[in-house]
Design a protein around this ligand. Structure first.
Ligand code: SF4
Length: 191
């Protein structure tokens, strides 16, 4: 039997990942990549990373953990602090994470990569796919798998598997700005 093609899959959190990774591993030799310097605070970063490590162990998939360059991320994102979700701050955030994934894939000699980001309705799927395609183009002979992982019941399947596996779900996208919006919503303030 021919060896499966290698695939680097960017994962932002465990609850968004089960459906994409189970689908992709049927066809590819998948390695997970956790690079999310946007996540705030550090305790939340550690929680999300811990859940992804648990998912990788349960699925017996290799996991690479990128550097947590939170200060650098905050310095870059500050100019867009008042942007709504799916705006320019998210463009900066998603671009940085997908570009790092393309760079890691190139370093590993992997020619195909993708992301689970489109599982979440908090993300603009066209933005994700455009930025992933750009990142691939800037790293040589690389292919980004454009996808919408919430389609065809994908989001529901990921939620069902996450619940079965007991993954903790978060109520904000990840950065300090999305956390402030979620805190305000919880307190009953319009945002
Ligand atoms: S809302 Fe989400 S995608 Fe947008 S900047 Fe914050 S963490 Fe990144």
């Amino acid at each position: 039997m021919d060896a499966k093609e290698k695939y680097l899959l960017h994962v932002c959190c465990a609850p968004c990942s089960p459906h994409p990774l189970r689908t992709l591993r049927q066809q590819y030799e998948v390695t997970l990549y956790f690079y999310n310097p946007n996540i705030h605070p550090v305790e939340e970063y550690q929680n999300r990373l811990g859940e992804v490590q648990r998912l990788a162990a349960l699925e017996a998939l290799p996991l690479i953990v990128g550097e947590y360059r939170a200060e650098e991320w905050l310095a870059g994102a500050a100019q867009w602090k008042d942007e709504p979700e799916k705006g320019l701050r998210c463009e900066f955030c998603i671009d940085g994470r997908l570009d790092a994934t393309a760079r890691m894939a190139a370093a590993l000699g992997i020619c195909r990569f993708g992301a689970v980001l489109s599982t979440s309705s908090r993300k603009d799927v066209k933005m994700v796919n455009r930025l992933g395609t750009q990142a691939a183009a800037s790293h040589g002979d690389m292919l980004f798998d454009a996808a919408d992982w919430k389609k065809r019941e994908g989001a529901k399947i990921s939620v069902r598997i996450s619940n079965q596996l007991g993954f903790r779900r978060q109520d904000y996208c990840g950065c300090i700005y999305s956390k402030r919006s979620a805190d305000a919503r919880r307190a009953g303030h319009a945002v």
